[in-house]
Design a protein around this ligand. Structure first.
Ligand SMILES: [Zn+2]
Length: 164
């Protein structure tokens, strides 16, 4: 059995007691969260979030890329969110590669230069600040005042705020 087969069995049980059909499509907290995809970070548990309360946008690093701006633009303009929370974390995989190194690896193996930025970093707090700045500078986002950034410690589960 693959992991996917196990998930399908889990979903069968989940759907038997499903009772969340009443949720609105607009997040009730008017909040969007951008977080790293790291499997140790359970955004809902760590922040006490429930279904229907926030958009959760995830990628490697939790960095603000053009595609995240696309999601945030839809979130704010079509689905009513006003506030943004960024969550990066300690021991991130993006601290273990370099832009040039990973770019070269992809190019050597495929013969093509990747069209995307790798977004590696040495300093997680600086990465959070960079992402906050990208939100604040995006003309596509009408609500840029309420953006706060945090580093989640994978050893303690604690969030530390990074001053933007
Ligand atoms: Zn990460």
């Amino acid at each position: 059995m693959s992991a996917t087969d196990d998930l399908l069995a889990n979903n069968s049980s989940f759907s038997e007691s499903f009772d969340r059909h009443h949720l609105e499509v607009q997040p009730s907290l008017k909040l969007a969260i951008v977080a790293c995809m790291d499997s140790r970070l359970n955004v809902f548990a760590a922040l006490g979030l429930n279904d229907g309360e926030a958009h959760v946008i995830r990628n490697a690093g939790g960095v603000i890329t053009d595609d995240v701006i696309r999601s945030l633009a839809l979130s704010q303009r079509k689905l009513g969110t006003r506030e943004i929370v960024l969550v990066h974390h300690t021991d991130c995989g993006l601290e273990k590669v370099t832009d040039d190194g990973f770019r070269a690896e992809l190019q050597e193996e495929t013969g093509m230069a990747p069209p995307f930025a790798i977004e590696s970093f040495d300093d997680v707090e600086a990465s959070v600040r960079g992402s906050i700045a990208r939100v604040r500078n995006s003309p596509f986002l009408p609500h840029r005042d309420c953006v706060r950034g945090f580093v989640y410690d994978v050893e303690t589960g604690r969030l530390a705020e990074v001053d933007g």
